[in-house]
Write a protein that binds this ligand. Structure first.
Ligand SMILES: [Fe+2]
Ligand SMILES: [Fe+2]
Length: 462
């Protein structure tokens, strides 16, 4: 017989009342939710013979106007409906799950409303959850309470055993390509290398920017400013990824993955060309020679000044599968997958829709092609690591994504926050939706590798 813990208070009517009271006195919530208006209904699935619990909040510019148990009609009319089984609620309110990551990864199910419209309010959502956590902790530690309401945070991921001593610097005794081993032309990275040679041959120095210069001079001040901002952020980003990639290439080479390293030579070469292309735009179109660091925002700095060089630099002393996965998530999934792709989407929206800057349109088309291969490689690398090393790597991958998705989305928000009226009619929701959608698709691809063999992953079809 096991001792039965007292039921969780989450989403019970008294708990909802206390949550509302907490929101009404929270200055942090009021500030974070100043631009949020709309209603949210929450569902906590039935469990242990208990019925489903529901809550309804009417939120308006930092005020909680109404809070009660939700009716069936509320579920049909609320702007957002968020549902999760009891164990996920416990994890969320115990501090073991970030709310935005919960929504993106599908653990918290968004049954009504658009994730893209919700993510710009990430800070408000976090304060909403923080208030709920305070209530849960208070209720759970009250008289007669047991640990039922305080969920256990996700256990820390144990590092995998250190890989065998590396062959770096050791004498070699043979060559694979002069033996029966040869080259594996069907290996996914080798096929990417073939594509890089076919499609990655373009020269930033050969782009004709003459019309771009004329277009640039004719733009309004705020239009030039937003394009200069985007270019400055890209220029810094491309420099960072060019400088920071080497430790990963080194690890791949030391593991003897010849075909994979062959692909990575084109990867680094392409990043170098991206640096050149943006600098040409600054020099020949914007004719900007001054300091552009004014465009770097706090979240941008966190990712490009800290997270990226730290995650990649760590590989010099720790080439473990977990360190490789964390580096790849940072580099491929976040920097390339969320930030660069969203940025290209912005360039594309502005330039193609408005029919301006034809030279830059050509550059962006090449960049998108190159980056598609870089991302395919990143998904492949993570999938290979997950297929080979299992859940330890998967948990590290997911944990890193959870940690960095939020600041990555903040970078996009910070760009928009700089303008009272966004030039070119750009819309934040469109970009957030794009970023989150791409990210989710890749997450699903990597997660699939948990059920695949290494052989299936490395020889996967395109
Ligand atoms: Fe790039
Ligand atoms: Fe890239």
């Amino acid at each position: 017989m096991h001792e039965r813990s007292s039921p969780s208070p989450v989403l019970t009517p008294p708990w909802i009342d206390r949550w509302a009271a907490e929101l009404r006195t929270s200055e942090a919530y009021r500030t974070a939710a100043a631009h949020w208006e709309g209603s949210i209904a929450f569902r906590r699935g039935a469990a242990d013979g208990e019925e489903e619990r529901r809550a309804f909040l009417d939120l308006h510019h930092g005020e909680c106007r109404e809070a009660r148990s939700a009716t069936r009609e509320d579920l049909d009319s609320a702007d957002y409906v968020i549902a999760a089984p009891p164990e996920i609620w416990e994890r969320l309110l115990g501090g073991g799950l970030d709310p935005i990551w919960g929504l993106v990864s599908g653990r918290l199910k968004l049954e009504r409303g658009s994730l893209a419209r919700l993510t710009p309010h990430a800070r408000a959502a976090k304060e909403l959850v923080k208030a709920a956590r305070r209530v849960t902790a208070e209720v759970s530690s009250g008289p007669g309470a047991t640990a039922a309401g305080s969920a256990t945070p996700t256990p820390p991921v144990a590092p995998p055993p250190a890989p065998p001593a590396r062959a770096s610097g050791e004498r070699r005794t043979s060559f694979r390509t002069t033996s029966a081993g040869g080259l594996d032309r069907e290996l996914f990275p080798f096929r990417l290398f073939q594509k890089a040679k076919r499609f990655g041959i373009w020269d930033p120095a050969a782009i004709n920017f003459a019309t771009d210069r004329r277009d640039w001079v004719g733009l309004a001040d705020d239009e030039r400013d937003v394009l200069l901002r985007l270019t400055a952020l890209f220029q810094g980003g491309e420099e960072a990824v060019t400088l920071d990639l080497l430790p990963l290439i080194q690890v791949i080479a030391e593991e003897g993955r010849l075909e994979e390293e062959m692909y990575l030579t084109s990867f680094l070469w392409e990043e170098a060309k991206h640096v050149e292309a943006f600098r040409r735009f600054l020099d020949d179109v914007a004719r900007e020679t001054g300091d552009l660091s004014r465009y770097e925002t706090p979240a941008y700095r966190r990712i490009f000044h800290d997270e990226l060089p730290t995650a990649l630099g760590r590989l010099r002393s720790d080439p473990s599968p977990v360190a490789q996965a964390e580096a790849s998530v940072t580099y491929n999934m976040i920097v390339e997958g969320v930030l660069a792709e969203t940025g290209y989407h912005a360039y594309h929206s502005v330039l193609d829709r408005h029919g301006i800057l034809p030279g830059m349109q050509t550059v962006v088309a090449h960049l998108k092609n190159d980056e598609a291969r870089h991302l395919a490689y990143g998904v492949h690398l993570l999938s290979r690591l997950v297929a080979e090393h299992g859940d330890t790597v998967w948990q590290a991958t997911e944990g890193r994504m959870e940690r960095l998705l939020d600041p990555a989305l903040e970078v996009v928000e910070e760009v928009f926050a700089a303008y009272e009226v966004m030039p070119f009619g750009l819309c934040l929701e469109e970009f957030t939706e794009f970023a989150v959608d791409q990210f989710r698709r890749r997450l699903v691809r990597v997660e699939k590798a948990r059920g695949q063999t290494l052989e299936e992953v490395v020889h996967q079809a395109d």
